[in-house]
Design a protein. Structure first.
Length: 338
C-alpha cells in the first residue's frame, strides 16, 4: 500500500480524512464529520471507571472507526496505509501535545515538528502527527501545511515569490510573511469568529440576516463596499455599532446590513496591507469566502500586486503539504534506521 496515504485534517470543530494516491495527489475517497478535536476531547474527559482508556488510545479508536468507513467508500483495504495528521490533533486537547516549530520555518517542510507513532496490532497504521508553528506572540496549526502546498503548486506554474504576504482567510485569518523560501512571520486576525459572534450573540443579531450571504453579495455588493470604505481600525468599535443604527434608521435591510458588517471586518483586516507596498500579496481563499475577499482586494486597490490562487488549488494545497511532510519525515526515519 506504498502508493497511498491517509491525510487527516483534524480541526477544532471539523474532522476530514482522505485517502489519496501519492503520485498525483488524487483523492480516492473522503470522510468529513463534525467530530472535531473539541468534541473528541470532551468525550474522552467524560469517561469514568475501569473502562476509561488513555487519551492516545481513545483517539486511535476514533480514527479506526473513521478509517473503516473510508475503506468502504474507497473499496480498497487500508490496513498498513500510513497516516499523517495536521491541525489541532497535536494540541493539548488533541491526541498528543507536540511542541510548535519555530520561525524561520522552511517551506520545504524540513523544520516541521512531527511526532511519529509506530503501527500497532490493533491499529495497523504508522502515524505522523504534525504540530504547528509559533512566533514570539502568535501561533498557527494547519495553515503552515497548506502554505507548504501552495508554494509548491505555485512553483510548478513558474511563479516565484521571494518576498510576499500570503493571505489565508477563515475563522482565524492568517497573514503569512514569506521571504526566500521561509516563513519569517505571521499574524492572526479573528475576522470570521468576530463576525459570527456579533451576528449571533450580540445586540446586532436582530439587525443582520446572514442566510444566503454569498447570494446577497452578488445582488447587493454596494452594502459590502460601504463597509469596506468605513473600515478604520481606530474607529472600528464605533463603526460596528453603525450596523445597529443602519437597521434602526431604515438605511439598510437586514441582508444588506450583514454585508456591511462583513465589509467592516474584512476591510479592517486588509486595509493595513495598503501601507505594505514592498511585498507582493497572495490570496489563498476557499470557495465560500472567495467572492468576499476578491471583491475587497479589488475595492481596496490591492489587485495589481495580488496573485489570486484559485479555490480548487487552495483545497488541494493541504494534501500536497501533507505529502511533502510525510515523505520528508519518513526519509529521516529511514536514515536513522540505517
Amino acid at each position: 500500500m506504498e502508493n497511498y496515504l491517509l491525510c487527516c485534517d483534524w480541526g477544532t470543530s471539523v474532522f476530514r480524512l482522505q485517502v489519496i494516491h501519492i503520485a498525483d495527489f488524487t483523492v480516492l475517497a473522503q470522510e468529513v464529520s463534525p467530530d472535531g478535536i473539541a468534541t473528541t476531547f470532551n468525550s474522552w474527559k467524560q469517561q469514568a471507571g475501569e473502562d476509561a482508556v488513555p487519551k492516545p488510545e481513545f483517539f486511535r479508536r476514533q480514527l479506526k472507526t473513521k478509517i473503516a468507513g473510508l475503506a468502504n467508500r474507497a473499496s480498497i483495504p487500508l490496513d498498513h496505509v500510513p497516516m499523517i495528521i495536521s491541525g489541532m490533533a497535536s494540541s493539548s486537547i488533541g491526541m498528543e501535545d507536540v511542541p510548535y516549530a519555530q520561525l524561520p520555518f522552511a517551506l520545504n517542510g524540513s523544520r516541521a515538528s512531527v511526532c511519529y507513532f509506530d503501527s500497532q496490532v490493533d491499529f495497523p497504521h504508522e502515524v505522523y502527527l504534525v504540530s504547528g508553528v509559533r512566533s514570539g506572540e502568535d501561533v498557527m496549526r494547519g495553515e503552515e501545511t497548506q502554505l507548504i502546498g501552495v508554494t509548491t503548486l505555485l512553483r510548478s506554474t513558474d511563479r516565484t515569490l521571494d518576498d510576499a504576504i500570503f493571505i489565508c482567510p477563515g475563522t482565524h485569518s492568517k497573514h503569512m510573511y514569506v521571504r526566500q523560501g521561509q516563513l519569517v512571520d505571521f499574524h492572526t486576525y479573528m475576522t470570521g469568529e468576530v463576525f459570527s459572534l456579533l451576528a449571533t450573540h450580540s445586540i446586532l443579531k436582530n439587525s443582520v440576516d446572514v442566510e444566503q450571504l454569498t447570494d446577497s453579495l452578488e445582488h447587493s455588493p454596494d452594502a459590502f463596499k460601504r463597509g469596506l470604505k468605513d473600515a478604520d481600525s481606530c474607529a472600528l468599535l464605533n463603526r460596528i455599532f453603525t450596523t445597529r443604527t443602519n437597521q434602526l434608521f431604515g438605511k439598510l435591510n437586514s441582508q444588506e446590513n450583514a454585508l456591511y458588517l462583513s465589509g467592516l471586518l474584512i476591510g479592517s483586516e486588509l486595509k493595513p496591507l495598503q501601507k505594505k507596498t514592498k511585498q507582493e500579496l497572495v490570496l489563498c481563499c476557499g470557495s465560500s469566502l472567495y467572492p468576499f475577499y476578491t471583491l475587497a482586494i479589488a475595492e481596496l486597490g490591492l489587485a495589481d500586486r495580488t496573485t489570486i490562487v484559485p479555490p480548487e488549488l487552495v483545497d488541494k494545497a493541504a494534501i500536497v503539504g501533507q505529502v511533502i511532510l510525510f515523505q520528508n519525515h519518513r526519509k529521516k526515519l529511514n536514515e536513522v534506521v540505517k
